[in-house]
Design a protein around this ligand. Structure first.
Ligand code: FES
Length: 113
């Protein structure tokens, strides 16, 4: 089963999760919400529309599959946790400096191949 390393400003947590688990749901189940106080209730519920569930993937980043997550990855915005299926080990960092979506980090642009 994949090992998920989750980094927040105050802690680092290791979770073992079933392959095929949804990243957003794993985070919510672990009370490590990807949302802010403003978006906790005002979000699309994991449909890949609002982009408020973004997280940084620090290691073992999976290729984006959903159109909105592809754009986020391509331009260096946080990845949509609701659109990531966990298949392998991964390191996730919660976005601490966001009110709604989080800032762009051009250094994190997805490089395919
Ligand atoms: S919850 Fe809306 S895009 Fe992920």
């Amino acid at each position: 089963m994949p090992q998920l390393r989750i980094i927040t400003t105050t802690q680092e947590i290791m979770l073992t999760v079933p392959a095929g688990a949804n990243l957003r749901q794993v985070l919510l189940d672990a009370t490590l919400s990807p949302y802010t106080i403003l978006t906790r209730r005002a979000n699309c519920g994991g449909r890949g529309i609002c982009a408020t569930c973004g997280v940084w993937i620090d290691a073992d980043e999976p290729a984006p599959e959903h159109w909105h997550d592809k754009l986020a990855a391509q331009f260096g915005y946080p990845r949509l946790s609701c659109q990531i299926t966990i298949q392998d080990d991964m390191t996730v960092r919660l976005v601490q400096d966001k009110w709604i979506w989080g800032s762009r980090d051009a250094a994190r642009r997805w490089q395919s191949g």
